[in-house]
Design a protein around this ligand. Structure first.
Ligand SMILES: [Cu+2]
Length: 167
């Protein structure tokens, strides 16, 4: 069988890039230990409060170190529960100082929900029975809307909150 020169070049290029991408995935998964961001830790769906992070007092923003924060919350149709503010009202806006490292830690009480902080790289799927985590550095000031991007029922469009990153 005779192959045209360009055809050979193209075949080598195609096969080569396939092997390269397989290698990248292999190194990432087996050597670097990359996993999907969820599915790592399970939680009892009927008893979310059995996990320390999701007890009512531990919801919301907690400072761990000078520039390190943890944000615990529980999603349910159609709300993000970040705990209550100083007046005992449900917290709808969380505040983070600029430049800090934030670990978002969440689960859901009922169905699948999304958690996207629009304008940042924070985008998680919250699945019943699992804890989702995402760590990021908030280095842009402003107010960012948190939206649910997984259709979760009739009130889906009302499921939002916000993050304010302040100087
Ligand atoms: Cu939703």
């Amino acid at each position: 069988m005779h192959l045209h020169k360009f055809e050979k070049v193209w075949l080598i290029f195609g096969t080569g890039s396939l092997l390269l991408f397989l290698l990248v995935i292999g190194v990432g998964a087996f050597y670097k230990g990359t996993h999907p961001s969820s599915h790592l830790e399970t939680i009892d769906l009927k008893n979310i409060e059995s996990h320390e992070a999701f007890q009512p007092d531990n919801l919301g923003v907690t400072q761990v170190k000078e520039d390190q924060y943890i944000v615990n919350f529980v999603a349910s149709a159609f709300n993000y529960d970040f705990g209550v503010d100083d007046n005992g009202k449900p917290l709808k806006k969380i505040r983070i100082p600029k430049g800090s490292t934030v670990l978002f830690q969440a689960t859901t009480k009922d169905v699948i929900h999304g958690y996207q902080v629009a304008g940042t790289n924070v985008n998680m799927m919250l699945e019943p029975g699992y804890i989702s985590r995402y760590e990021t550095v908030m280095d842009e000031t402003g107010e960012f809307t948190i939206v649910c991007n997984e259709y979760c029922g009739l009130g889906h469009h009302q499921m939002f909150a916000s993050v304010e990153v302040y100087e």
